[in-house]
Design a protein around this ligand. Structure first.
Ligand SMILES: [Zn+2]
Length: 742
């Protein structure tokens, strides 16, 4: 399986004398890690699959043809100040296909007769909602009727105390910002009676196309309510609660959808989703019902500051929605730790969020709040969104993907993200977020083409397209899911897993040993060991492609936490246990060598398996250590046999997407080379120089043109023996290479 040389020889000779197999696998120069020779590029290009059969667009449901969504989110004051004609003209001139208009549920924007549907102070009996719907329809735009079922007022509480969410002491949960509003419980009759009454009233009065609820279901966390109903449910944040929560979400979703269809079967209901990998409802279950994935992930926040937040959300949508509709809300207003919901954010930041929406395969959505002074005191956001929408409208057929070309699948582990509290040594709500960002950044810097995969969608039919499956601390896996991973490997697939992967079942019940112990060839020797001072090391025992590029060192950083393994044979890396880091007098290893594996590697047939007992992805995110990054890159290259479907070479930190489209293919490059990639907002772009793109077309496909959609130009290309090669000479913040074939 590997080229084994004597350890002492290996340490003496270093990388310069590494055997060919190891030497050729050196990572490319984009990582900018000094003192490593750049190896010859031998990445194996895999031909793209035969093209999908064409589909007749007239057979698609209307929402699948939507490419641009506009929303001026309406305030109580808007009926007094908003200019409806100006509003409708703006979104129409921006080529919006759909606009959101507020019905609400907190405040009625029409003369509602539903009890407790309080009329806004400035409504004065006017049918503001109806006027907006009519203005949009006159301009050929569809209308989403927007509701908010999450809050209501004191008079409703007095009549229906059972509608409120309760704290453990029985007191009512009120809005943190306006204590006149109480938080409604999703298990109460508020959701069964009050919300449907409004939907039916709107359906009977207006020509709306669908219904949407804002503020429910919760995103990123689960409710914690102690009302009479919820007190009988399992404790919040447990797998048992998640099951009843998911049942209730599905029950209400289907109920509301049926109400939407009472008047017209093309109407439907959808709700607030998002939360990235930490979605609230089980996304596999929900996506079987939902026809519109509304990702409420509007901008970067202080606790989740990575620039790729929107792309990451797009990958989540793709994992579950397949060819159905998904959109991500871009806030034109100022999101972040300090908010100004009626002031424009930096245009560079808003543009990048829109770029990421398109690149990751979602439809554009642009959102501002309030229309003081006609259409906003601050109108700077309008030009940014309108010009972006108008640009995109020229290239809809290239910008709407049909399927991803990625050859690596990354298991999201939604239940782990939501329910697993982290290892005993590092309990933290952010633990899995840090893990996800660690593998995500590593995949971007390696320019790998990858998809997210939901743990409830591990059937072989779906996984077969991936050369490798990554399981970054997917702690919770059922016996069935473990068997599916086994089946995938037995069919020739490779995997890279880490840390507590498969140590818990779907109910968060710890297993005595890994669910994948047999597959990975490892066995747990005890509980998780954390770091107290100096973290553990991995001692390099043998030459191996995963260690390519490491010279002049006998050991490498391990990770912050690890699952100790029973001694292995012929380990490539072995654990040197952690020790004191201060005082320096004591900063030396008490035990310098063990037989405990710091990585477990196996090879059977065309499958290659790699398991890290440490939380290497998260430790990379916490430290940025280049050795950890190199180890992850080398390992992914080894398990994939260095195969790729699209190669993009050039300088810079980019996120790459490659899609099959109706006219051909598209390769999207997002330029994150920016001082503000990890916090705050972008204020400008730092352009990239030439990026070369190489991919191998399927047999019989003829090439017509390669256009750069942002630059607005065609570029020359070479096509030899099916291998397409072209150069993107320049990338500002974003470029899309649109490849047309015949
Ligand atoms: Zn409750």
């Amino acid at each position: 399986m590997t080229l084994v040389i004597n350890r002492r020889d290996f340490l003496k000779t270093g990388a310069a004398a590494l055997p060919l197999k190891a030497a050729i696998l050196q990572p490319d120069s984009a990582e900018a890690i000094p003192d490593v020779a750049v190896g010859e590029d031998v990445a194996r290009l895999v031909p793209l699959p035969p093209r999908l059969a064409p589909i007749d667009p007239t057979t698609l449901p209307w929402q699948q043809k939507v490419r641009r969504v506009g929303q001026s989110n309406m305030t109580e004051h808007d009926p007094a100040v908003m200019n409806i004609e100006e509003w409708a003209d703006f979104w129409s001139s921006a080529s919006a296909d759909v606009v959101f208009v507020s019905v609400t549920g907190i405040l009625a924007f029409y003369p509602s007769k539903v009890r407790f549907h309080r009329h806004g102070r400035f409504l004065n009996g006017r049918d503001f909602f109806g006027e907006c719907v009519a203005a949009a329809k006159r301009r050929g735009m569809r209308v989403v009727a927007r509701m908010s079922p999450d809050l209501n007022w004191e008079d409703a509480l007095e009549a229906h105390p059972e509608w409120a969410m309760r704290h453990a002491d029985g007191s009512v949960q009120f809005s943190g910002e306006d204590s006149r509003l109480f938080r409604t419980c999703m298990f109460s009759s508020y959701m069964d009676d009050y919300v449907p009454a409004i939907m039916r009233e709107v359906n009977s009065l207006y020509d709306v196309d669908c219904f949407y609820t804002n503020g429910w279901p919760p995103i990123g966390s689960l409710p914690d309510c102690h009302c009479a109903v919820c007190s009988k449910l399992p404790s919040s944040a447990t797998p048992a609660y998640w099951n009843v929560f998911n049942d209730r979400v599905l029950e209400l979703w289907q109920k509301y959808d049926a109400i939407a269809k009472e008047k017209n079967h093309e109407r439907f209901y959808f709700a607030n989703l998002g939360g990235n990998v930490r979605g609230g409802p089980n996304l596999d279950r929900l996506a079987k019902t939902a026809v519109w994935f509304q990702a409420d992930n509007q901008g970067r926040t202080y606790d989740d500051p990575a620039v790729w937040g929107c792309s990451l959300q797009g990958r989540v949508c793709n994992a579950v929605m397949e060819d159905k509709f998904a959109t991500n809300v871009t806030a034109a207003y100022s999101t972040g730790a300090v908010r100004w919901r009626n002031s424009s954010k930096n245009s560079a930041e808003a543009n990048m969020w829109l770029n990421e929406t398109l690149a990751s395969g979602m439809a554009l959505y642009y959102h501002f709040i309030g229309s003081e002074a006609g259409l906003g005191e601050d109108r700077r956001w309008q030009k940014v969104g309108a010009s972006y929408f108008q640009w995109a409208a020229k290239s809809d057929r290239h910008l709407k993907p049909r399927r991803s070309l990625a050859n690596i699948g990354v298991v999201i582990g939604q239940s782990t993200q939501l329910l697993y509290p982290g290892p005993v040594t590092a309990r933290s709500r952010n633990y899995m977020r840090e893990t996800t960002h660690g593998i995500y950044e590593a995949l971007l810097t390696g320019r790998f083409a990858f998809d997210f995969v939901h743990e409830d969608r591990l059937d072989l039919g779906r996984l077969r397209k991936y050369r490798a499956l990554l399981l970054p601390n997917v702690a919770m896996l059922s016996d069935r899911q473990c068997q599916q991973v086994r089946d995938y490997v037995h069919s020739g697939g490779s995997i890279m897993a880490s840390f507590e992967t498969s140590l818990y079942d779907q109910n968060l019940k710890p297993r005595d040993d890994f669910g994948l112990a047999d597959l990975l060839g490892v066995s747990k020797a005890g509980g998780v060991i954390g770091t107290n001072g100096n973290a553990y090391y991995g001692r390099m025992e043998q030459a191996h492609p995963v260690l390519a590029g490491f010279a002049d060192t006998n050991w490498l950083p391990g990770a912050q936490n690890r699952v100790p393994l029973k001694p292995g044979q012929d380990s490539v890396l072995t654990v040197v246990p952690g020790f004191v880091q201060y005082p320096p007098e004591l900063a030396y290893p008490a035990v310098s060598r063990t037989a405990e594996p710091a990585i477990a590697l196996r090879e059977t047939g065309s499958s290659r398996l790699a398991y890290f007992p440490g939380d290497i992805e998260r430790t990379f995110w916490l430290t940025g250590h280049g050795d950890l990054l190199r180890l992850i890159h080398n390992t992914i290259r080894w398990i994939t046999h260095d195969e790729s479907v699209v190669r993009v070479k050039g300088d810079g930190f980019v996120e790459m997407f490659a899609w099959e489209t109706t006219p051909g293919y598209s390769v999207h490059l997002l330029n994150y080379t920016n001082a503000h990639a990890y916090h705050g907002w972008l204020s400008t772009a730092y352009p990239l120089t030439a990026q070369t793109v190489t991919m191998k077309l399927p047999d019989g496909v003829r090439l017509k043109a390669v256009e750069l959609l942002r630059a607005g130009m065609s570029v020359p290309f070479q096509l030899e023996a099916g291998v397409l090669h072209f150069t993107i000479p320049h990338v500002d913040d974003y470029e899309v290479a649109a490849i047309s074939v015949a």
